[in-house]
Design a protein around this ligand. Structure first.
Ligand SMILES: C[S@@+](CC[C@H](N)C(=O)[O-])C[C@H]1O[C@@H](n2cnc3c(N)ncnc32)[C@H](O)[C@@H]1O
Length: 299
């Protein structure tokens, strides 16, 4: 196999395979290809299956395809947003419904460690944070052109950052002389605004601000909501949908949409409480520590 130097470890993969094992196992949809780790597991566990593979980031879709090159004839790749996936794609391929859908939200380790788009706190990279090159605004545009009130809302609503007001004010003062250009510009400003005694113990103090900027630039939450509402109807009866979220904003959307579909008698919820990674998994892959898996079955 080509040496791709994969940096993303797929999360809760055994749990997901076990849920998918209860379905017909013919047709899967991996909505968030990333580096193709979950796709690899699915295609190898279910050797007669086919899989739609999506990523809005063309670089990641390409990496996922190259990682799964030995099964490429069973992959139907699309460089699109999962919120735009519709029954048209099924009929184009003479397919009636899907047996298993996976959504593994957010960004991959590749984005943080290798993309050079400013997702990391370290180094000095352009503060871009766009997942798709078609998105209009970058993270530095958000910092340089948003009104102070809007910055506050972004930091508070999307980052759940208690220091949002002070940080929004500091951003507006800073950009008068020095427009934001790199990840270091904003990371250092947040380090100055939040007193050291209030820094979180294990993560960078700008962690929440980076999360907020990323969600805003890519409009992540509305795509999750629109996506789930569009995707659940594509499942065959007995089909399974698995969602891995990484913060409470994502998890709340999944929980509410599953609940709504349960009330409409469209799905049965298989996870009363979300499934968390084991201590062992967190030890091997610390990036999994905030993951929550919710699963529903079409009825
Ligand atoms: C956590 S990673 C997935 C990792 C993957 N499961 C693996 O094992 O390597 C999330 C991926 O979803 C993509 N993504 C995020 N939001 C998306 C959306 N709305 N539509 C399509 N792809 C999206 C990101 O570009 C990223 O590559």
């Amino acid at each position: 196999m080509e040496n791709l130097d994969i940096v993303h470890i797929p999360i809760l993969k055994n749990e997901i395979i076990n849920y998918f094992d209860t379905t017909e196992k013919n047709l899967f949809l991996d909505c968030t290809a990333g580096e193709g780790g979950h796709t690899y597991e699915i295609l190898n566990h279910f050797p007669f299956s086919k899989l739609f593979l999506l990523d809005r980031d063309p670089d990641l879709l390409d990496r996922a395809k190259r990682r799964n090159i030995e099964n490429i004839d069973r992959i139907l790749p699309y460089n699109i947003n999962f919120s735009d996936f519709s029954s048209e794609k099924l009929s184009e391929n003479n397919i009636k419904g899907i047996d298993g859908i996976l959504l593994d939200f957010g960004i991959s380790m590749y984005h943080i460690k290798k993309s050079k788009r400013g997702f990391t706190f370290s180094g000095n990279e352009e503060l871009d944070m766009r997942l798709s090159p078609d998105s209009k605004k970058t993270a530095s545009d958000v910092l340089n052109y948003s009104k102070e009130d809007d910055l506050f809302r972004i930091f508070y609503d999307l980052g759940e950052e208690n220091w949002s007001k002070k940080i929004a004010n500091a951003v507006v003062n800073h950009r008068r002389k020095n427009p934001f250009r790199t990840n270091r510009d904003i990371a250092e400003l947040v380090e100055q605004v939040i007193p050291r005694k209030f820094w979180p113990p294990k993560v960078h103090p700008a962690f929440r601000i980076f999360q907020a900027l990323r969600i805003e630039v890519n409009d992540e939450l509305s795509h999750i909501e629109k996506g789930l509402n569009n995707l659940i109807p594509l499942l065959n009866i007995g089909g399974i949908i698995c969602c891995i979220s990484f913060h409470s904003l994502e998890d709340r959307i999944v929980k509410n949409i599953f609940k709504k579909h349960k009330e409409e008698k469209v799905v049965e919820i298989l996870t009363k409480k979300p499934i968390l990674p084991s201590d062992e998994e967190i030890l091997i892959n610390s990036a999994s520590r905030s993951a929550k898996l919710r699963v529903a079955k079409k009825i």
